[in-house]
Design a protein around this ligand. Structure first.
Ligand SMILES: NC(=O)C1=CN([C@@H]2O[C@H](COP(=O)(O)OP(=O)(O)OC[C@H]3O[C@@H](n4cnc5c(N)ncnc54)[C@H](O)[C@@H]3O)[C@@H](O)[C@H]2O)C=CC1
Ligand SMILES: O=C(O)CCC(=O)C(=O)O
Length: 528
């Protein structure tokens, strides 16, 4: 099998080594595509690898009929429409750690260049102007650096700033007193940080909540003569408000690596002598580019060869130890979902999934995704996968509840799924039998022992003599061989079930004849 991979932004050749090494990867590098050309080309590819230039919009995703994975060689995924990718079941991976060091070093370089006006002085010197008066800077030592966003890069910048003997004050919603103490920094609210800082650096993602986080109101509470760095994302600082704050001398310096619109179109800020800037170079080092490309390439190979990834953005990551324990149940969970949809013959309105035994002590989210995949794919087709299963369950208004239960009925672990439909409630429970694989062990109130594979017939009937024989005879006449059969009943002469596994697909005509047999209540064909 060949997987077709499009690389649409320049990636390090050394970094895509994992792709070149792997078998069956057809790599196409086309880094000059217009959005229109990409929309035409994308349909041919299983994977798309980008940096920050390519805008992977909903329109592109909708044209990516074969697209299964998008790799972002870097951290920020704001150039990818994640919602559209998730809806279409496309996994998005990034490289969260590969450029942390480079971005932190670039931030420090920008901070120092700004404080000492190095680019401006160099520019004057280049113009043969030996000017020592215009470029008097300020020291960093003993000044307070306000860090907004203390994630990977923010924390690295904070550590480096301490090395410059700065005081660091940070705000991050996840920053606790213990963590701040451990890092030897102060912490406060955004306002508290902005009020005390001599220098400010932002390291958040660009989100609804962080867009224009640094706006006119924020500048108003800052110290006069504050200097500000943005090596995170354009748009965290309101560029118009920054322009005004520099003009009014509130802000004495700004160092910008990122802009609200990239490539830059409005050069007004760069006309101000207080501003130093680079064209989004935070991650542009040989080391970072190699590292991020290796990370996403390895995830693409892993996805196509094992179905797993390390750094998914739209699928929660699962620690390796947990994965080893729950992965064997993925298939069972999916089959229980599919089994119940066939059994119910009408769509689920509510799903309750009960995990008991050892599974009750684990994070079971990935199992629920697999169960939902099985449940939904009957009605929504093969586009349903573990990436978009929750999305589609929500879209269809299905209420999904996970429960942990202590009822194991003697099994090491048991998964019981109950679905509520317009026609009533149906239940199936399954387990993994040591060395024997998956089994469905209960259907509604009946105990069974069914291998959840192949063609099954579930028949509900009245417990009367001759029913089983009539079913066998009819299937025989239809040339359908019965591989296994189990029967169960509530009480003698009451309601009973038959669970048959048959060697081939039961034709609709055969099912109709079965339904017409005396004492048969209903028949369901289940294909797993
Ligand atoms: N200039 C460049 O070339 C590069 C830019 N970046 C950008 O740098 C930024 C930071 O990257 P990482 O540190 O790797 O991400 P990260 O995810 O490790 O850290 C982001 C931090 O921001 C915090 N945060 C979220 N909302 C916040 C809010 N409203 N106020 C304060 N903090 C908030 C989060 O809790 C998190 O700790 C991202 O925007 C990323 O895209 C990353 C690499 C290179
Ligand atoms: O690909 C690049 O050079 C940009 C890196 C970046 O901004 C990121 O990783 O968020």
């Amino acid at each position: 099998m060949t997987f077709h991979i499009l690389i649409s932004d320049p990636l390090s050749e050394e970094g895509i080594y994992p792709l070149r090494q792997a078998e069956g990867m057809n790599i196409v590098i086309e880094t000059d595509l217009t959005p229109e050309q990409l929309a035409i080309r994308i349909g041919d590819f299983d994977a798309l690898l980008v940096r920050s230039q390519t805008q992977v919009t909903r329109a592109i995703i909708e044209k990516g009929h074969n697209l299964k994975i998008i790799g972002r060689a870097g951290v920020g995924v704001d150039n990818i429409d994640l919602e559209a990718a998730t809806e279409h079941g496309i996994i998005v991976v990034n490289a969260p750690d590969g450029n942390t060091n480079s971005a932190a070093e670039h931030t420090m370089a920008m901070l120092m260049s700004m404080a000492r006006k190095i680019p401006q002085a160099f520019h004057a010197l280049r113009n043969k102007n030996w000017d020592r008066k215009s470029f008097v800077g300020v020291e960093l030592k003993n000044k307070t650096l306000g860090v907004i966003g203390l994630g990977r890069i923010g924390a690295e910048v904070a550590a480096r700033a301490k090395g410059q003997r700065m005081n660091v004050m940070a705000y991050d919603p996840f920053l606790t007193a213990e963590k701040a103490e451990k890092l030897g920094i102060g912490f406060g609210t955004v306002e508290e940080v902005l009020k005390v800082a001599d220098f400010i650096t932002v390291h958040t993602p660009l989100l609804k909540e962080t867009r224009h986080l640094i706006n006119a109101d924020a500048f108003a509470i800052m110290k006069d003569g504050v200097q500000i760095v943005n090596c995170a994302r354009g748009g965290i600082i309101d560029e118009n408000a920054l322009y005004d704050a520099i003009q009014s001398k509130k802000v004495a310096g700004a160092a910008l690596d990122v802009f609200e619109q990239e490539p830059l179109v409005d050069f007004r800020l760069l006309d101000l002598p207080e501003v130093v800037a680079t064209p989004h170079l935070g991650a542009s080092t040989i080391e970072a580019q190699e590292s991020v490309a290796v990370d996403v390439s390895a995830d693409v190979v892993s996805y196509f060869t094992t179905g797993t990834v390390r750094n998914s953005v739209n699928l929660p990551s699962v620690p390796k130890e947990l994965m080893l324990k729950i992965e064997p149940y993925f298939d069972l969970a999916e089959r229980l979902g599919a089994f119940l949809t066939d059994l119910a013959e009408s769509a689920a309105e509510e799903v309750n999934i009960y995990y008991s035994g050892e599974l009750a002590g684990m994070e079971v989210g990935p199992l629920t995704r697999n169960m939902l995949k099985g449940l939904l794919k009957r009605h929504l087709g093969e586009r349903i996968n573990v990436v978009n299963a929750w999305y589609w369950a929500n879209q269809k208004g299905i209420v999904v509840n996970e429960h942990k239960s202590s009822v194991t009925r003697g099994f090491t672990s048991l998964i019981t799924v109950e679905i509520k439909t317009a026609n009533g409630v149906r239940t199936a429970a399954g387990t993994l039998l040591n060395g024997q694989g998956a089994r469905i062990v209960k259907v509604d109130e009946y105990l069974v022992d069914v291998v959840p594979h192949g063609h099954l017939l579930f028949i509900r009937h009245n417990d009367r003599p001759g029913v089983i024989g009539r079913v066998g005879t009819l299937l025989g006449k239809e040339d359908v061989n019965i591989a296994t059969m189990q029967v169960g009943r509530s009480n003698i002469g009451g309601e009973a079930i038959m669970m048959l596994s048959i060697d081939k697909y039961a034709k609709p005509g055969s099912l109709e004849q079965l339904k017409d047999l005396a004492e048969i209540q209903y028949v369901r064909a289940i294909d797993l």
